[in-house]
Design a protein around this ligand. Structure first.
Ligand code: ZN
Length: 66
């Protein structure tokens, strides 16, 4: 089956990189391959990511959390 890829915009360097959606979950650690900054997916950033995943079209395996 096709893997869903989300473009992540790095808050530090402002560039985009691709990340498989399956690696995106609340509390996930992500490292920007462009500048090396380490991010933790939580709070409003996680909210934004969830919105972008939803916008890819398709239900998430996580379901809706509320
Ligand atoms: Zn970066």
């Amino acid at each position: 089956m096709a893997e869903k890829i989300l473009s992540i915009t790095c808050p530090l360097c402002g560039r985009k990189y691709d990340k498989p959606v399956k690696e995106l979950f609340e509390g996930a650690d992500m490292i920007c391959p462009l500048c090396g900054v380490k991010l933790n997916l939580h709070g409003h950033m996680w909210q934004d990511i969830q919105n972008e995943i939803a916008a890819l079209g398709g239900a998430t395996e996580h379901g809706s959390a509320r």
